[in-house]
Design a protein around this ligand. Sequence first.
Ligand code: ADP
Ligand code: ZN
Ligand code: MG
Length: 470
Amino acid sequence: MFEPVIGLEVHLALRTTSKLFCGCSAEGFGARPNENVCPVCLGLPGALPVVNERAVELALRFAVALGCEVPNTTYFHRKHYFYPDAPKNYQTSQGDVPIGRHGQVALPSGKRVGITRCHLEEDAGRLVHPAYADHSLVDLNRAGAPLVEMVTEPDIRSAEEAREFLAEIRAIAQALDVSDAAPEEGKMRADVNVSVRLPGEPFGTKVEVKNLNSFKSVAAALGFEAKRQAQLLEGGRRVVQETRGWNEGGQRTYSLRSKETAADYRYLRDPDIPAVAIPDERKRAVLAAMPELPQARLGRYLADGVRGTEAAQIAYDHAVARLFDATVAAYTGPAQNVANWLTGEVAGRVNALGVSAADTKLTPAALARLVELVDGGSLSATAAKDLVPDLLEGADPAELVASRGLGQVSDVAALEALVAKAVEANPELVERVRANPKAINALLGKVMAASQGKANPDLARRLLEERLGG
Ligand code: ADP
Ligand code: ZN
Ligand code: MG
């Protein structure tokens, strides 16, 4: 059986306000085509680039977090290629001395993936093919926007490992404030390199599949390629080294071109951009300011008694993790209860709205209060779930309970009266319960209905049992 050998190249859009070498806005969102451009990012003759210091800082954080060696001086290079979305006819990237080299990422499963390098580079523009025109249009708003690219060693052995790796990278980038790392917004894009071999044999010829913009298409493309290559070899044929594209509709890869080699790009140190010095003090400062990374966060949640599934779900979503931490800080019960609400009802509602919990007006104090009301038995879980949409609008749960008269009835005398009424009014149900104790749920339903859903169900059940048993 052939096994896949996989190396990834991941591009992340850096969280900066301006582009990598000019003052143009890096956030293309909402802008009209070609609004955010200037002589520098258009590559007009005589225009001089100036390195965006913030972009260097973010790439440095990322390199350090990936355990990379960072040189004391790093350089920018021109990588030449000709394509209508590249106005300069070269891409400014980093060649022989990138900002990070020889790093390593350990995944939660224990698997280690070597990081060959990570470097700064600029994004390209975008071609648009409108139905009304017989030609293509180009939008250069994104040209020159800062990216950090990281390349892995061919250490990955399955589509599942690739997915796990990408989830780790996304969470690290978000925790560091380096990137939104949102594939759906084009802020995280991956190229996959894959070959197949018989275990123990040397690596085979690899194929590169470019521009995958979801974790799902990465997994699908890897699955397709591994199978295609295995079939070629089994049929006594060869794998050709090439660059392929991904056809989302057909769920298959297709040949784009034979692979360029580094020589084709004619890397040239950019004579217009001074070398960037990164003194040791600066590296130490970045290390000292390193925030908690997702795996440490996961470990902390587990130590706090949160179950694995919920702990991972929260720890690997930076915005949700921050909401969770603040809620737990404002809350008196076990963290697991908050985790249940956050990954259950709250996640369900925000997913349905297509947003993240962090984009709503839900406050940690309100969520903590809601869970406490349920814990303390003064609000039923059902009634609490109905309040979640209001909480997302910024409502206070205690006020809602008061104004809507939702308080759960835990008053024994009041409940005993309801229980007595239900028993009297439903003699046939009482007969059924005597024949089969499970039928008590039907009677409990009557009590709940009589209380308009406000009876504390556990208490009501106990009182019913006592009454019928007696
Ligand atoms: P190239 O010069 O073709 O760009 P690199 O050596 O720079 O190749 O590697 C590019 C990517 O391909 C890296 O992620 C690397 O891990 C991966 N890679 C290299 N060799 C193989 C192979 N035989 N099978 C799968 N992936 C590979
Ligand atoms: Zn510009
Ligand atoms: Mg390469």
